[in-house]
Design a protein around this ligand. Sequence first.
Ligand SMILES: NC(=O)c1ccc[n+]([C@@H]2O[C@H](COP(=O)([O-])OP(=O)(O)OC[C@H]3O[C@@H](n4cnc5c(N)ncnc54)[C@H](OP(=O)(O)O)[C@@H]3O)[C@@H](O)[C@H]2O)c1
Length: 224
Amino acid sequence: MHIGIVAGTGPAGRGLAARLALSGARITIGSRSVERAELCASGLRSEIAARGVHPSVRIDGGENADCAEADVVVIAAPWEAAEATVSELVEALKGKVVVSMANALAKVRREMVAVMHPRGSMAEAIQAVLPNSFVSGAFHHLPAGHLIELERTLDSDVLVVSDYEKATEVTCDLVKMIPRLRPLVVGSLSQAAAVEGFTAVLVGVNKRYSCSASVRLSGVGDGA
Ligand SMILES: NC(=O)c1ccc[n+]([C@@H]2O[C@H](COP(=O)([O-])OP(=O)(O)OC[C@H]3O[C@@H](n4cnc5c(N)ncnc54)[C@H](OP(=O)(O)O)[C@@H]3O)[C@@H](O)[C@H]2O)c1
């Protein structure tokens, strides 16, 4: 599978790119600057090669628009920039599955809190900008630091939301590519606000207990 990661040069995009590349996916990392994306891609290739884990990973860098050539496109932009970034890709992303991992958070006094977007959530906002794409939300709760630590097992659930069965299926397949990640389908994009907002809860836990918590739901059973 070819996966494009728009704004993939940040910690979250880099970490996800590395994990998916290790699982055999071809990755295009997108950026506002081709040089930055190529540097990021070559850095990841060398990092992976240095660990001797996988000699033939396919990670390239390009402009954000180059990501639209992929089968599936992940949006890893900061929330404030996500809508403007995808608004330049409306035509290119027509008919594609587009996965938002953006969390709208803001610091209030000494605490990170969820920002209530007028559209309800970032995933809904991105869907509104891309009416002809199949938007899902996923990967919100995976700490970037854990993603990039390739020796670390990611024992987590990934909550998946979408209004489209096609996008839900493709996103679950993406999650399943990474060992020990379990996709859990939450429901429609109407649930995205709760999923994204829960990231603020995890940030609070991380601060209090000096950790990098992620999500694992108990009691789901074998159905997932
Ligand atoms: N960090 C985490 O642990 C984590 C975990 C799960 C989900 N997330 C979510 O994933 C997204 C990415 O997180 P991150 O920490 O990797 O973010 P980040 O480092 O702040 O930004 C990612 C990339 O976005 C591009 N960018 C920055 N400002 C921009 C602007 N004004 N317009 C267009 N592009 C811009 C930059 O790439 P170029 O300069 O190369 O274009 C940057 O490298 C966020 O929405 C975050 O909520 C983060």
